[in-house]
Design a protein around this ligand. Sequence first.
Ligand SMILES: C[S@@+](CC[C@H](N)C(=O)[O-])C[C@H]1O[C@@H](n2cnc3c(N)ncnc32)[C@H](O)[C@@H]1O
Length: 378
Amino acid sequence: MYLYQREKTFFAKCTPELKNVVKNEIESCGCKILKDSFRGIYFTCDVEKIFILNYTSRFITRIYAPLLKFDAKNKKDIYKNVLKIKWENFIKINDTFSVRGSIVNSEIKNSHYAALCVKDGIADYFRNKYGKRPDVDKKNPDLSLNVFIEKNVATLNIDTSLDSLHKRGYKKHTSKAPIQENLAAFILNLHSYNGTEKMLDPFCGSGTFLGEALMMACNIPSGFLRKKWGFFKLPEFSQKKWEKLKSQIDGEIREIEYGKIEGSDISKEAIEKATSNLSQLPEGKKIKLSVKDFRDIKSFKGLICTNPPYGIRLSNFEKAAKTIKDFGDFLKNKCKGSTVYIYLGDRKLIKSIGLKPSFKLPLKNGGLDGRVVKIEIY
Ligand SMILES: C[S@@+](CC[C@H](N)C(=O)[O-])C[C@H]1O[C@@H](n2cnc3c(N)ncnc32)[C@H](O)[C@@H]1O
C-alpha cells in the first residue's frame, strides 16, 4: 500500500494568499484539514474526493497524492526508494511521464537533480523488467510526479492534477497582462459572487474575470473544459465511475440571463479574444461584450471586478496613473450604488483612484506585487 492509500493524506498546493479559501473548499468537499504549510494544506479524505476537488476547485493549484516518504541525502537514497514502487500500477510503457522537484533545507540542493534521480530510477525499473521504458514528456505527460525534499526527508508524490488547475481551458487566446484564473476567482469570491447581481469588467482583456464570474454564477465546474488529470492514473480510478460522478456535478450547471455579466475593452483584438475564449463555456455566449473606452460607458450599478493597465507591462506609469484617475472619476460619477474590486499590479497606483478603499489586500500575480482594492460607491 502506498502512503496516500494507508493514511488517506493529500496535499493541496496553493498561492499563500489563497490558503483560507482553499481550506474552505477542502472542507466543503467533506475532507478534513490536517495542517498548514507555507506552500499549501495537508488534508485527509477518501480518494474519490480528490477527483471531485480536482474537477471543481477554483483556488487550488495542484493536489499531490504521496506514494512514499524516505530519508534522502544523496542520489542513491532516492534511486533505491524509487525502485520500491510498482510503477506498472501507475504508468504503461507507452505512456509518458515527467518529474518535478522542490527542495527546502537539505543536503541535496538542486531540485532538477532530485527530479533527474527519480526519472533515472523509473527508467531503470522498466528497462530492467521489460527491456523498454516510458518516455519523458515535460509538456503533456500522462503521469506527472513531484519529489519534495525537506530537511533530507523526501516525499514522492503523484500530481493528481497533472497540470496547474488554474488552467481552466477557456483561455486559448490571452491578452498582454492577463490575471490568473484562480486569482480572478478569489477576487470575485471576496464578494461571494453567485450571479444574482450584475457584473461588469470594463478592462476585460481576454475575459478572465468574466469567465470566472460566469463559472461561479452558473455553477460550472472549474475543470469543465479540461480533458485529463493525473488522478486518471491512480489504481482507484474507474472511467465508468468518473463519468457518472462528472455528469452528477455537471447536472448542477444553471442558466444565466443575457447581459447579466458584461465586459468591454478599448481594444478590438482583446474583445475578439474574449469572445472566442468565453464562447467555449456553457452559457458563455450570454456574456455581453463590446469594444469601448470605459469613459463612454453611460452608467452601471452592480459589481465591478477589473484589472486596469498596470503601468509596468502595458504602458508607462504616468499614462496608467492618468487612466486610473479617470476611472476613479467614472466610478464616482456614473456607478453610484456599485461595489468595486480593482486589481492593481503596482500599489503606487492606488492613490490615483481618488476614492477611499474599504480595504487593500496584497496579492501576487505573475511576479507582480499587486493589491486588490475594494471601494463602495455611495
Ligand atoms: C491588464 S489588461 C486586463 C487583462 C484582463 N483582466 C485579462 O485577464 O485578460 C488591461 C486592459 O485594459 C484595456 N484598456 C486600456 N485602456 C482602456 C480604456 N481606456 N478603456 C477600456 N479598456 C482599456 C487594455 O486593452 C487591456 O486589455
